[in-house]
Design a protein around this ligand. Structure first.
Ligand SMILES: NC(=O)c1ccc[n+]([C@@H]2O[C@H](COP(=O)([O-])OP(=O)(O)OC[C@H]3O[C@@H](n4cnc5c(N)ncnc54)[C@H](O)[C@@H]3O)[C@@H](O)[C@H]2O)c1
Ligand SMILES: CC(C)[C@H](C(=O)O)[C@@H](O)C(=O)O
Ligand SMILES: [Mg+2]
Length: 358
């Protein structure tokens, strides 16, 4: 049977981005060796590398390559040259926000789970982590990230937070549907005691809940949610929240999994879907072959599900678990016998090809 071809646009980006993305591609090569699929890659520029090469954080040809792809894999963007220059006119992160907007990626899905091999070394007591498995539905193309912003003179600045009903409804439907396929619980995280936008979120979610009678809905203020994520993470099933709260709560939740280097994400919406780790460009590790590639590899597993290759996705997740269980991991999750980024990628690829036993 002829192999089906998936056209993947790859945006390695900055810092550790190229290193972790090439490990994800190594894993995809193992998948292609085992299943009736081949991956055809187009590489694009985004972030600081794009600014250096073209002056823009998201060149037009990158947008076009993403729009025509079956899926997009992104490493990370960001560079200390820009982080430490508050006056910079063009910033790498603008490229990321712009590609999310250009592809209509209004829903960012960030699964939070534990890994058996990492339970004992987490800063949270292992008994609190038993059975933790939830997913954050983060709104990705609205709110304070995309509202009007500016400066007034030298010493005043503003960022407006705006949400429309339609922006809330479309992600809320996806979150409710996810809850019906999971444990039928949805928690809206907001700041409705202070913010008008949060009160709109609460009103819309309350109204929509009538369409999903099996789903139990509860509401948490974000400050309390930040504590509950650490205190009692097993209470969550689907967490629905706006753009900035989702950004913050998900980095916090990485403590549950063991490292920021373990958390994948999928961004979906009206155009091509995009798969990226939730972490950034970790510039301190760039070029050192020490960053954890598992978040990107697990993002690729989400991509395989999206491409209707669920068995391959399962293989990738199992290979990650097997690598962890045999102590084969980078320094963030294995201080005693750390392996390099590329060695971890090799191991996971070999486990998929079944060239090594777990
Ligand atoms: N999606 C993205 O591209 C994205 C996300 C967050 C931050 N950023 C950008 O990245 C740059 C650095 O930001 P930051 O330091 O706040 O966040 P970061 O996520 O890059 O790193 C924070 C810390 O998390 C750990 N970490 C992150 N990724 C890891 C990995 N793969 N393996 C092991 N440990 C890992 C490290 O301890 C690191 O010091 C900034 O320019 C920022 O704007 C980009
Ligand atoms: C780099 C930044 C724009 C981005 C965000 O805040 O969305 C990042 O933190 C993320 O979580 O993907
Ligand atoms: Mg973030």
């Amino acid at each position: 049977m002829a192999k089906s071809t998936k056209n993947i646009t790859v945006l390695p980006g900055d810092g550790i981005g190229p290193e972790i993305v090439s490990e994800a591609q190594k894993v995809l090569a193992a998948v292609a060796g085992k299943y009736d699929v081949e991956f055809n890659y187009t590489e694009g520029l985004i972030g600081a590398v794009a600014i250096d090469a073209t002056g823009s954080a998201l060149p037009e040809d990158t947008i076009a390559a993403c729009q025509s792809a079956d899926a997009v894999i992104l490493g990370a963007v960001g560079d200390p040259r820009f982080d430490n220059d508050p006056k910079a006119k063009v910033r790498p992160e603008q490229g990321l926000l712009a590609i999310r907007k250009a592809l209509g990626l209004f829903c960012n899905i960030r699964p939070i789970r534990t890994f058996d091999a990492l339970l004992d070394q987490a800063p949270i007591k292992a008994d609190r982590l038993q059975g933790v498995d939830f997913v954050i539905y983060r709104e990705l193309t609205g709110g304070i990230y995309f509202g009007e912003k500016g400066t007034i003179g030298e010493d005043k600045a503003f960022d407006n937070c705006v949400y429309e009903r339609s922006e809330i409804e479309r992600i809320a439907h996806l979150a409710f549907e996810a809850a019906t396929k999971r444990c039928n619980k949805l928690t809206l995280v907001d700041k409705a005691n202070v913010l008008e936008t949060s009160r709109l979120w609460r009103k819309v979610v309350q109204e929509l809940s009538a369409q999903y009678p099996s789903v139990e809905v509860d509401y948490l203020f974000v400050d309390n949610a930040a504590m509950q994520v650490i205190l009692n993470p097993a209470q969550f099933d689907v967490v629905l929240t706006e753009n900035m709260f989702g950004d913050i709560i998900s980095d916090e939740a990485s403590i549950i999994s063991g490292s920021l280097g373990m958390l994948p994400s999928a961004s979906v919406g009206t155009g091509s879907s995009l798969f990226e780790p939730i972490h950034g460009s970790y510039p301190q590790a760039a070029g050192k072959n020490i960053a954890n590639p598992m978040a990107t590899i697990l993002s690729v597993a989400m991509m395989l599900d999206h491409l209707d290759l669920p068995e391959a996705a399962k293989d990738v997740r199992k290979a990650v678990d097997d690598a962890l269980n045999s102590g084969f991991a980078t320094i963030d999750v294995n201080k005693d016998e750390p392996q390099s980024t590329s060695a971890v990628g090799d191991r996971i690829a070999d486990l998929i090809s079944a060239e090594v036993s777990a």
